[in-house]
Design a protein around this ligand. Structure first.
Ligand SMILES: Cc1ncc(COP(=O)(O)O)c(C=O)c1O
Length: 397
């Protein structure tokens, strides 16, 4: 491995790291110590509020503040992110902006490597007139860029894909996809759940229309805090049918219809924001901001490259892209019996058993059907930990 960098790993701020080698950032990031204080601050505030002034004095703005922190990490300006209950609702909010029934532009392009929510939500939109084209994968790991680009035509209203796949860590070329989609008058949504906090994202530069994700994984923020980024110029054109009183321009007027959407990104909200979730995410976001996604990305590349080389030298099946430009922060390793190097991904039945055996040795990873182990070094992992985890896996294999 190339020499260790001078990154501040902030390890003492994550009590969970004392339990073993945490390589699970694609699934559940470790809780920052400060999250406990933040949650206590929430209960204190709750205890002291005796009227609706809780909203006026802090809670209303908090959603906006957290949104602005996330916008920065996505490479977007302030006022572009609305907090959502989770990424699936964020996607449903976007889906509810389209008129699939009466418009001739009703095709949605998705991919076979997306998270299941994507598949379920778009499948359901077929009942209201959407035509869905799922771009297939041949190897279960990647999708040729040309195949995605070819699927985009003048009837496409939206291209909705994972930026980095939860299954294989395959990363799509955001800029090329946005360029082609916009040329054909289509919009682009990227699910950045597996890339935000691990890679440097450039929402403004890419001119991407929507980003969705959540905080539980690479952002060390815990559950139940999703987010939706909407390109600023696009915001006023959209009227999500998945809505609620918080999206209204004057929510405390409690007015009757017609709905008057707010002029800000709050028009993509629904009901009461999940205040505890907002308190829980702030410490993690702050740590990620301070360490810096540029630095985190460089660390991720250095370690995932080493892990892939380590695996290939031993003839293991690597179910993630070899090229760093095509990859997110995870490395997937097939641990089933069967064909090895160069063969297509197959069902690695030994995945769950291997996860348990690694866990007994205090190495925490998980697995997914068809790709095997998912292993994710994040900024807080030392090189020594990464080496030790791969050494233990070597012994077990
Ligand atoms: C890429 C990706 N998208 C979406 C989700 C699900 O998000 P949520 O549970 O917030 O709807 C996950 C969760 O694992 C994911 O990895």
């Amino acid at each position: 491995m190339r020499p260790e960098t001078h990154i501040n790993r902030r390890r003492e701020e994550f009590p969970t790291l004392a339990s073993g080698i945490h390589l699970l950032s694609h699934s559940l990031g470790p809780v920052p110590r400060a999250a406990r204080e933040s949650m206590n601050a929430y209960v204190d505030a709750w205890e002291h509020h005796t009227s609706e002034d809780a909203w006026a004095t802090s809670w209303w703005e908090m959603s906006e503040q957290v949104g602005d922190h996330i916008a920065g990490l996505l490479g977007g300006p302030r006022g572009t992110v609305q907090i959502q209950p989770n990424a699936s609702i964020a996607l449903s909010s976007v889906a509810s902006c389209f008129d699939f029934k009466t418009s001739k532009r009703n095709k949605v392009v998705t991919s076979a490597l997306d998270f299941p929510s994507m598949e379920y939500i778009w499948d359901a939109q077929q009942q209201v007139g959407a035509r869905v084209q799922v771009v297939p994968t041949d190897d279960g790991i990647t999708i040729p860029l040309e195949r995605i680009l070819e699927a985009i035509d003048d009837t496409t209203c939206l291209v909705a894909l994972s930026h980095v796949s939860f299954r294989s860590s395959y990363r799509v070329d955001a800029e090329a996809i946005v360029e082609r989609a916009h040329r054909h008058g289509a919009l682009v949504l990227l699910d950045v759940y597996q890339s935000a906090g691990a890679l440097e994202l450039r929402a403004s530069d890419w001119e991407v229309d929507f980003l969705i994700g959540g905080t539980i994984k690479w952002l060390c923020g815990g559950p139940a805090c999703g987010y939706l980024y909407v390109r600023p110029e696009l915001q006023p054109d959209l009227q999500p049918r998945l809505t609620g009183w918080v999206a209204h321009a004057a929510p405390f007027d409690f007015a009757h219809v017609p709905m008057r959407y707010d002029n800000s990104v709050r028009r993509f909200a629904q009901g009461t924001p999940s205040i505890p979730a907002l308190y829980s995410v702030l410490p993690g976001l702050q740590i990620i901001e301070e360490v810096g996604v540029k630095m985190i990305q460089a660390e991720s590349r250095r370690r995932t490259e080493w892990m892939i080389d380590f695996a290939l030298e031993r003839g293991w099946q690597v179910n993630s892209p070899r090229q760093v430009k095509d990859r997110g922060g995870s490395v997937m390793i097939g641990v089933g019996r069967g064909p090895q190097r160069g063969s297509p991904a197959r069902v690695p039945d030994d995945g769950p058993a291997m996860v348990n055996r690694l866990s007994e040795q205090k190495v925490f990873v998980d697995c997914r059907p068809g790709v095997g182990l998912r292993i994710s070094p994040h900024f807080f992992n030392t090189d020594e930990e990464v080496r030790e985890a791969m050494g233990i896996l070597n012994e077990l294999i």
